[in-house]
Design a protein around this ligand. Structure first.
Ligand code: SF4
Length: 230
């Protein structure tokens, strides 16, 4: 029997390894992992691969990434033999810009809907369990999430959303990478602390690690808010 909401809430007391183990034992297959190749995602990826080397790694190929992100994705895909799945919008960047202009400047919410939310929604429909690298510390919008939740897609399908490092701090992420001798995306060396599409990513200001995203105009691109936690 699948765990209910009360049982899943107790997973908040487990460490990341135990959350991945409980997921493998109790949650339905197939599972996937959405990966932006930021530091916390790479830590979760490393944890997941130890149990499931063929887990599909979904990357939102928006067409607007830094070249460094794409090179790092390809390097890890090669070295870790990833089952990489690039999710793309139906419309190319050129088609979008010719039809709507530069949406990431005029209407980033719409741009994220087209290039991230739509493709992810379509991609997730094939899975029953969805792993993420989300952490509570990242944003007020994530502060109350549980490590494991049942979510409903707008089309009604349900899937479990599991964030094994929900409780980790920024320091914990880097400690994990160091212990396991994992090289991070080189953009961190330039001072970036949260890295998404190039036009919407700047160096952070102050202590807020995500302050460089979307010029502070919004907190989320929508991929973690379009499903409903039950
Ligand atoms: S993060 Fe920026 S460029 Fe990327 S999809 Fe969203 S608005 Fe578009």
């Amino acid at each position: 029997m699948l765990p209910d909401k009360a049982q899943l809430t107790l997973w908040d007391n487990l460490d990341a390894d135990a959350i991945v183990d409980r997921s493998a034992a109790e949650l339905p297959e197939p599972a996937c992992f959405t990966c932006s190749f930021q530091a916390e995602d790479v830590a979760v990826l490393h944890l997941l691969l130890q149990r499931n080397p063929a887990i599909p790694v979904l990357f939102l190929e928006t067409g607007y990434h830094f070249p460094e992100t794409l090179a790092y994705r390809d390097k890890l895909a090669r070295e870790w033999n990833l089952n990489l799945v690039n999710l793309q919008a139906e419309m190319s960047v050129a088609e979008q810009e010719s039809q709507f202009g530069i949406l990431n400047r005029t209407n980033p919410t719409r741009c994220c809907e087209i290039r991230k939310v739509g493709p992810l929604w379509e991609g997730l429909r094939h899975y029953k369990t969805w792993f993420t690298g989300l952490r509570r510390e990242q944003s007020p919008t994530r502060a109350n999430m549980h490590a494991a939740e049942l979510h409903r897609l707008p089309t009604g399908e349900e899937l479990f959303k599991v964030s094994p490092v929900a409780a980790w701090s920024w320091k914990d992420v880097w400690a994990y990478l160091k212990i396991h001798e994992i090289e991070a995306l080189p953009l961190y060396e330039q001072g970036y602390t949260s890295i998404g599409c190039a036009p919407c990513t700047a160096l952070p200001s102050g202590d807020d690690l995500r302050s460089g995203r979307w010029g502070g105009k919004k907190l989320e691109c929508g991929i973690h808010t379009f499903t409903e936690a039950k």
